[in-house]
Structure formats: C-alpha cells, structure tokens
Design a protein around this ligand. Structure first.
Ligand code: SDX
Length: 428
C-alpha cells in the first residue's frame, strides 16, 4: 500500500499520495490540492517543490553526491570525455564504440555556422557580453533551420541536438573574436571537440596554432563537471520555456540567459573578479571574508554556497585538484589560486559559513583554470554554457517524453488591492 500524507485545512482533512524516488526521496503529490481544498502551496524559489520526475541527474546535497544517469561524477571525470558524457545524458546509456563514433562524426560535420552569422555578430558592439551574443545567436539558429523545429519530430530533434552541440563552441568563439576585432576562424574538423574550440578561440590566420593537449584535457574535464545539475535555475528555465512547445533553440537561448545571472552561472566571472580585486586592492583574505559576512556590506563570497549542496560541492573538489595539476603542467603560478585557497581555509573554519553550511561550489575554482589559459573573465559563463548544453538538452527531451507533460504555469497568492472603481482624471 503506497504511503499517503494527510493534510488538515479548516474543517477538511485530505489524503495526498506520496511518491518515492529511486534514491529514497519522498514527495507529496499535490496535483489535486486546489481542486480538493481550494488552497495552493507557497514556496518562494521552489526550494521545497519538485517540478518533475527525472532520471537524468541525482544530487545528494547533504552527502555531496552527484551522479549523471547513475554514474558518480568522480568516475566520469576520471574516465570519460565530454562528448561521451553528452551522449550519456541525452540518450541515457554510455555509448557503444559505434554509437560514439556516429555521434562524434555527426557533431564534427556541423561545426560551421552559416556565413550570414558574421553579420549578426558584426552588428553587436565590440564590448557585447558573450552571453548576450550566445543567446542571440542560438535563438537565431531557429531562423536558419526552419525545417527542424518540431519538438515532437524525433529526426528533427536529433539534427537540432547535433547542430547545437556542434555550433555552440563556434558561436562562443565568434563572440570572443568579435570582441578582439580578429577574424572568425573556420572550425578544423580534424581536431577533437575541445581542441577545435581552442583553435576557434586562440588561432589566427597569420600563424600556425596547435592546441595544448594539457589545456584541452582540462577544459574537457570542466565541461564534464558542468554538464548537468538537476533542476537548477537555467535547466528549469529550459523546461518551462520548452513546455510552451517552442523549438529547442529558443528554449536553450532562454537557458543561456538564466545562466548568465551572477547568482547562477555568472558567479564564475564574479569569483575571478573578486579574487583580482582582493589582489589589486591589497586586501587580506580575512578582510574580505569579514566583508562577505557583514550585513552592512553587499559583498558575498562568490563561488560559495548552494541551494542544494550543504556540503562540499564534489565538482569544486575535482576542479581544485585540477587547478594544481594543470597550472603545474603549464608552469604557471597563480596568485589568484593562492587567494582562493586562503579564502576557503578561513571560511570553512568560520561560524558564519559553518552555521549556514556554505561551502565552495562549482564556480569557486573553475575561473582559475580559465584565466590561466588566457580566457577573459567575461567568457567564463559562456564556457559554463558549453558544458551545461547537453544537460539542458537532455532535460528538455525528457520533459517532452514525460507522460505528465503540460505547460508550466505556477499559481500565486494575490496580495494586491481588492476591487475598486475607476476615478476620472479630474477627480484624482
Ligand atoms: C551555480 O542550482 C544549481 O545547481 C546551480 C549550479 C549548477 O550547476 O547549475 O550549481 C551552479 O549556480 C552555483 C552557485 C553560484 N552562485 C554563487 O556562488 C553566488 C554566491 N552564492 C549565493 O548567492 C547563494 O549561496 C546561492 C544563490 C548560491 C544560494 O542561495 P540560497 O540557497 O537562496 O541561499 P540564500 O541566498 O538564502 O543564503 C542563505 C544565507 C543568507 O544569510 P542570512 O540571510 O541567513 O543571514 O547564507 C548567506 C545569505 O546571505 N549566503 C552567503 C553566501 N551565500 C549565501 N553569504 C556570504 N557569501 C555567500 N556566498
């Protein structure tokens, strides 16, 4: 007999079904709450509300566990590649050699952008934020591919998925090249996915460029770690926008905009700017931590805290290790990494952070590596979007196949004026 929850509201008591997840989480199914009681729930920021049942990503925030389709993030980080993880997230299983070969080849032959995209980028100011350029360009993909926009046509969805994964690195690199006033590079399909991205970003027509394999491997790892994360702000945005039955490009463009926010993916840019400010203003780590704690100061210790993780974000742990490894291999000493480690050491012993269970999250160390390879801070969130893209796609595809699929339309508690009559202008 399935468990139920009882709710007593006024004179009425109702039984609500309880759903149990495969990892033992329980959810009270309130689908009939309003029809049976006239009441709704109120949950600002949806901190206690499940929007869907999903099989893609599992997080145990208390234990610091993250799994993609049941595989621990540590296993995938140590053994997989970003394209293999993308296949896993979207199709639900690790690919066979032939599946991975087909997936990789299909993406490789779609890396070029229509030549008219150059005019779109050239219409933007040189200092346009790359996230604005990326969301505009991804939305514009829908205008170039009107033949593959139907979210319920499997073949059209597959080609759109491959085009998106193939073209977002080109789009992000075009945004960077436009900001430099440098020519856009054509993709080199002989390179692997990340090497090609590095080529698009850092090569120029006047000299030979070979991507550094150490850097390529580090970026591939970072993309794996950013690939999905349950119903975070941008993924929930992709699902909500997708629930209107709009095409995949439009839903992903919306996700890019949600990710841009400093409380979400934009935090990786904020972290490196925070570290640089501490360095350049000669502040001590202790002084900045005290500012982040102060109610009178709006500063936050960016890259710390998480809605779900109340323990160390497992991704942050892996990235911190990669920072040391990559910077040593590159022979780079990073003062910013030193400051980050000092901030972490102080914060983790400080009651303010301990009481609020604030730990380093995925954004705390990632920018140190991006910075070390020469990526400008305003490109960091675009790199986050590159990583999160397969997760957004997987969640959008899952939602379209969900038997509970319906347009997302939350309720509200109205607290405004009650009915009142219109007053003519000369009586006000
Ligand atoms: C990502 O959801 C995801 O999965 C996101 C993500 C993903 O992969 O998709 O993991 C990626 O977005 C990571 C988070 C990146 N953002 C930052 O690093 C920005 C800094 N962190 C915060 O702004 C905050 O911690 C959030 C937004 C991440 C979480 O916010 P919550 O859960 O709504 O918590 P809150 O803002 O209500 O804070 C609770 C308390 C408050 O203090 P009190 O009012 O209780 O006194 O903790 C304080 C906050 O002031 N607090 C911080 C803090 N984060 C929270 N104080 C100082 N520095 C911080 N970083």
């Amino acid at each position: 007999m399935a468990e139920t929850a009882q709710l007593r509201l006024g004179e009425k008591t109702i039984d609500l079904p309880v759903i149990e997840g495969s990892e033992g989480e329980t959810a009270v199914d309130i689908r009939n709450l309003r029809s049976e009681t006239g009441a709704i729930t109120y949950d600002p920021g949806y901190a206690n509300t499940g929007s869907c049942q999903s099989s893609i990503c599992f997080i145990d925030g208390e234990k610091g566990i993250l799994r993609y389709r049941g595989y621990d993030i540590q296993d995938l980080a140590a053994n997989s590649s970003f394209l293999e993880v993308s296949f896993l997230l979207i199709y639900g299983t690790l690919p066979t050699p032939s599946q991975l070969e087909y997936f990789t080849r299909s993406i490789r032959i779609h890396t070029m952008l229509h030549e008219d995209f150059k005019a779109l980028f050239q219409s933007l100011p040189k200092d346009a934020h790359p996230m604005a350029a990326c969301s505009a360009a991804v939305g514009a993909l829908a205008t170039f591919y009107p033949d593959s926009l139907d979210p319920r046509n499997d073949r059209q969805v597959e080609i759109s998925v491959h085009r998106l994964i193939a073209k977002l690195p080109t789009i992000a690199a075009y945004a960077y090249k436009h900001s430099l006033g440098q020519p856009f590079m054509f993709p080199r399909n002989a390179l692997n996915y990340v090497e090609n991205f590095l080529h698009l970003m850092f090569a120029n027509p006047c000299e030979d460029y070979e991507p550094d394999p150490v850097v390529a491997k580090a970026i591939d790892l970072l993309l794996i770690l950013h690939a999905d994360h349950e119903q975070n702000c941008s993924t929930s945005t992709v699902r909500l926008v997708g629930s209107s039955m709009v095409n995949l490009f439009a839903a992903i463009s919306a996700g890019i905009n949600a990710l841009w926010g400093p409380r979400h993916g934009g935090a990786n840019q904020e972290v490196i700017e925070m570290l640089a400010a501490i360095r350049d203003e000669g502040m001590t780590a202790r002084e900045f931590v005290d500012r982040a704690k102060s109610a009178d100061d709006t500063s936050r210790l960016m890259g710390f805290g998480h809605r779900v993780y109340k323990n160390y974000d497992p991704r942050a742990k892996i990235i911190k290790g990669a920072c040391d490894e990559v910077l040593n291999k590159m022979g780079v000493h990073s003062k910013l990494l030193e400051i980050a480690k000092e901030l972490e050491e102080i914060a983790l012993k400080d009651d303010y952070f301990i009481e609020r269970k604030l730990f380093p999250n995925v954004d705390f160390y990632s920018g140190v590596i991006y910075n070390a390879i020469g990526t400008p801070a305003n490109m960091f969130t675009a790199l986050f979007a590159l990583g999160r893209l397969p997760g957004w796609i997987a969640q959008w595809v899952e939602y379209h196949g969900d038997p509970d699929f319906k347009i997302g339309r939350p309720r509200q508690v109205y607290v405004g004026e009650t009915a009142r009559s219109y007053q003519p202008l000369d009586e006000r």
